[in-house]
Design a protein around this ligand. Sequence first.
Ligand code: APR
Ligand code: PHB
Length: 387
Amino acid sequence: MRTQVGIIGAGPSGLMLAQLLRQVGIESVIIEQRSRPYIENRIRAGVLEYEVAQLLRQSGVGARMDKIGLPHGGTSLLFGGEMHRIDFRDLTGKEVMVYSQHEVVRDLVAARVESGAPLLFECSDVAVEGFASGDAKIHFVHDGRAETLHCDFIAGCDGFHGVCRPSMPDGHLTFFDRVYPFSWLGILADAPPSAEELIYANHENGFALLSMRSPTVSRLYIQCDADEDLAEWPDHRIWEELDTRLQHPGFHLNTGKITQKGITPMRSFVTEPMQCGALFLVGDAAHIVPPTGAKGLNSAMADAVALSRALELHYAHKNHDGLENYSKHCLRRIWKVQRFSWWMTTMLHRSGEDGFSHRLQLAELDYVASSRTARKSLAENYVGLPL
Ligand code: APR
Ligand code: PHB
């Protein structure tokens, strides 16, 4: 088997990359370890930046998003019992789109399957080889048969726990990371959202986030300990804590059946560089952010766009600058996104900080609430930096 670009992983980054490449006539094969139902039902992120929503439309996969997605023109910060709205439309002229990551995955898988281009599910023993010596190949087992896919390039879109990053030669990569001393306990519930837009709350008991997936499904999170045991959190305790942390005048928390419960660790992580020879890391394989600010999915999409443009330049114009500068280009954006996600996380969580740090946090919140310039900066980052 031979292809131009071998893509490992059918998450948002791998699928988007394949879609963008197909639009400019570049062939690819996607190799995914899980089944189609598994990836199409995996509950993950849910907020698309303005340009990411545009990207889905331009790539011909925006129709369902425009039908069932929820455009949001702002969000609110809640602290000291008061709500402070950040008006994205007024501050930036843009909005974000609340649309589940697994719906994005479904749309991209459907487009891929319809195109007839190869997307192989349930592949095992995936390994990459030869990418540093001009003979890039992917070994894997599919339908019980051992296969080798020869590629011009390999895109490692295989997430944080994938095989591509660990396959880079010893000493080639430097890692930068920060682990936060808390996690998020998240639920999905059959309850109409209790507010029209997202609410990010800093309460003395800890952070809480009100989000949603549809007019009948709420997505809610509370800050918990890093090593929290889910068994300690029966449903009634979760609802009580959400009610306490989100309380403000006129607010009523809608409750309902909890259909999913999980703990999300909070971590910032960046790999430098994001490439070695013909192997390029894309999305979570190269970097992760804490979820405050909803940047994980969007950053994965930004890398996919960067790599597709670089590959187009290579194949259509024999210009290798884009590929050579891929890491540099992506890292410039991701470090700004890391800064924003770290800043939102630090501003909104409680971690038993000393009195000085806590007062700085309150001053930060007060500054955002009282300064249009500060709100504009938050809004500009939230709706998304240019792709
Ligand atoms: N071989 C083949 N596929 C693999 C392998 C492997 N060895 N390891 C992982 N995969 C697949 C996973 O099953 C998954 O479908 O790679 C895909 C990686 O997808 P994501 O983890 O969704 O990563 P990415 O596409 O970069 O999207 C990032 O996902 O985790 C969220 O918050 C994150 O929203 C962000 C987005
Ligand atoms: C979500 O809906 O899952 C979500 C929304 C906003 C965030 C993080 C997660 O900042």
